[in-house]
Design a binder for this molecule. Sequence first.
Ligand code: PAF
Length: 281
Amino acid sequence: MRIVKSIPQLRKLVAAQRTKGRSIGFVPTMGALHEGHLSLIRLAQRKSKYVVVSIFVNPAQFGPKEDLAKYPRDLKRDAALCRSAGADLVFAPRARDVYPDNYHTYVTVGQLSEGLCGASRPGHFKGVATVVAKLFNMVQPDVAVFGQKDAQQAAVIRQLARDLDFPVRIVVGPIVRERDGLAMSSRNAYLTPAERAQAPALHHALNLAKWLVRSGRRESGMVKREMMRMIAREAPLGEVDYVGIVNNRTLEPITKVTSDTLVALAVKFPSARLIDNVVIR
Ligand code: PAF
């Protein structure tokens, strides 16, 4: 497995694989890899012949009060994990190469970026869309794999790829959970033991939503209220940022849960903001 920092070198190595007729799979990450990322790398391997993983903590997607400075960075550890999961190349560009002096171009995806996480993290999806568009141009993958845990991000990327005519197939891999149901996330490492003990409340609230809908109670307002009550009870250290019940494709709020509904939530603990979701089909 190669580790590459320069964009021209990345292009050269990927082009050589293409000449051999190999399809290129791509898994963009910000490092701090966990089993969730590794499952995406394995998925990319099944969908393509040569797998590139990028590791880049993208400053453009962090708000001024967010955790950019303290975001965990350990390239050695991450590269070893990529190798163990079967990646062929790790691309870890420097921030000054991705955003050189006098950088001015940003990509905004509009409506899909505005609700849910977009409402509480203004500019976040603009940063994500920009870096992903740039990475797509650098790597030129045939297939790119994203995680369902960031459901809104996946929707934004699908729209971006379609609108800007990127010749890439977007594949979304399922959420990987800890044994107690907590969705894996690099930010789980920030949690104190007391917060970690309460964090499965997000998953429990989503299970409650599924159960309510299955028993015929489909009114979104009621489902939301029950979910919030459960979180208040099980995670008193957390503060609900949002519970969203939206159409899984358009991300528009819906008043009655139908098929293809995304139930998504974000809870702010003092040490980390966690997100999770479930699709009700
Ligand atoms: O999901 C992430 O880790 C990031 O948002 C991504 C897609 C790598 C863009 O920086």
